[in-house]
Design a protein around this ligand. Structure first.
Ligand code: UD1
Ligand code: MG
Length: 450
């Protein structure tokens, strides 16, 4: 939908996070592998706003670093005197801005783009302030939206609420939208005359009514609005995210054998007709192509899994693992920063790191690429169709030519030419009758002692 006003978002991230009981700010804690602040920054971008200002505290350098990494404009609130004071900290960043502003709390990670767009649309239609409300299962400590004669008259914080107000189930999501000029005008009138001695953003609603201007309620669903203030909230938000992803994957045609035991990240991409077993964890940055089977108990991050591959059970794919079409990484196999060519197999008990493995290679059980000398990482290159015998140690840097054959138990320190046989183990020595003579000598010694 087209709109005539410019749009900006102010993200509040300067709070003290006391209830989280963490040395880190709550907005740096993760849901689905992405910081709460990262989620909210993405929401603002998805909503297509023209400008994003993130309010951070001076004390919390890590939040500022994360906000800068996310490409957000920074405003500093010091000290932290409440949510109204936090928005006021963004005033100078918005001094040239003439348009509509939405305030987003960095501790509400699961809000949908549509909810933000609807709030802006209500402003386009003439509302002066839009407070986005929702009806949670447990209203608890959320602020309550007080509607009288179909008009939003005020928002009361749970701590300030009368028993009648506490009984209201329409709660404040924390999102509030207004024209920039009106917002800062109303904010200048907010006082800290309340139980917490803080300047509440929510007071903007009452003040707007006193100015004889209109406040309306925007609506969000309970599963998207979940303010993360404590570890319990964080766990609930993670659960809500995972449930959403599982439903989405099933909807997209991905088989999940035991959906509740599969964990996704915000950016997990899986094509239709992939088949995911129980107890599988997708860390950040995993893509899976169609026809692949991920057997139970696999852990993956930063990995690409090509079509028709077989992974696990009990496989670990680390960043840069790139499994080619029809390849296999079986039980107790770890792959890191390596390309595994089409149809190549690493079926059992191996570590493959910093390797280039061409097509149709067979890696025997217990093979290790010895890629690290304590200071640097080195490459192992294996040509097409090579056969790596079980229990090979490939001391990188090393190149195994195409079609080469490595005998079992080799410690391979030198390059192996194409189609050669390489044996890198001590020669076997058989001593005829030795064991029998040894036993007889030991038995005699025992008898002599007794
Ligand atoms: C706030 C709302 C409450 C709403 C709830 C939804 C107010 C007064 N209350 O309460 O009505 O139901 O969100 O989750 O707005 N922050 C700052 N500077 C400050 C204080 C807070 O930047 O001085 C930031 C926090 O980092 C956080 C956001 O503002 O991201 C909200 O603050 P928080 O303390 O979590 O408010 P709630 O008590 O959850
Ligand atoms: Mg909160």
């Amino acid at each position: 939908m087209t709109h005539s006003h410019k749009r900006a978002a102010v993200i509040l991230a300067a709070g003290k996070s006391t209830r989280m009981k963490s040395s880190r700010s709550k907005v740096l804690h993760h849901i689905g592998g992405r910081s709460l602040l990262g989620w909210v920054a993405d929401l603002a971008r998805q909503a297509g706003v023209d400008k994003i200002v993130c309010v951070v505290g001076e004390q919390n350098a890590d939040v500022r670093t994360e906000a800068e990494k996310l490409g957000l404009e920074i405003a500093v609130q010091e000290p932290q005197l409440g949510t109204a004071d936090a928005v006021l900290a963004a005033k100078s960043a918005l001094s040239e801005f003439d348009g509509h502003v939405i305030v987003l709390c960095a501790d509400a990670p699961l809000i949908k783009k549509q909810t933000v767009l609807e709030a802006f649309e209500k402003l386009e239609k003439g509302a002066d302030v839009v407070a986005v409300g929702f009806v949670p299962k447990n209203p608890g400590a959320y602020g309550r939206l007080i509607v009288e004669d179909k008009k939003l008259t005020k928002i009361v914080e749970a701590k300030e609420a009368t028993p009648e107000e506490l009984a209201v189930d329409l709660c404040n999501s924390g999102m509030l939208a207004a024209a920039c000029e009106h917002l800062f005008g109303a904010l200048s009138k907010v006082t800290n005359d309340n139980t917490k001695g803080e300047f509440y953003l929510t007071d903007v609603v009452g003040i707007t009514n006193e100015m004889a201007r209109s406040c309306v309620v925007g609506v969000a669903s309970a599963d998207e609005v979940l303010g993360v203030n404590s570890r319990a909230d964080l766990a609930l938000a993670e659960q809500a995210f995972q449930e959403g992803m599982r439903a989405q994957m099933l909807e997209n045609g991905v088989t999940l054998r035991d959906p509740t035991s599969v964990y996704f990240s915000w950016d997990t991409q899986i094509e239709a007709d992939a088949d995911i077993g129980a107890n599988v964890v997708f860390g950040v940055g995993v893509t899976v192509e169609s026809g692949s089977v991920i057997h139970p108990f696999c852990h993956m991050e930063g990995a690409h899994i090509g079509p028709n591959t077989q992974i696990g059970p009990f496989a670990r794919l680390r960043p840069g693992a790139n499994m080619g079409e029809g390849s296999k990484a079986g039980n107790f196999v770890e792959v890191k920063k390596s390309n595994i060519g089409k149809g190549s197999k690493i079926n059992h008990l191996s570590y493959i790191g910093d390797a280039e493995i061409a097509a149709s290679v067979n890696i025997g059980a217990g093979t290790i690429t010895c890629n690290y000398d304590g200071y640097n990482k080195h490459k192992t290159i294996i040509g097409e169709g090579a056969f790596i015998g079980t229990h090979s140690s490939l001391i990188a840097p090393v190149t195994i030519g195409a079609g080469a054959y490595l005998g079992t138990g080799g410690v391979i320190t030198k390059d192996v030419p194409k189609d050669a046989l390489a044996l890198g183990r001590a020669q076997q020595v058989n001593k005829e009758g030795w064991a029998k003579r040894y036993r007889a000598a030991q038995e005699k010694r025992q008898k002599d002692k007794s």
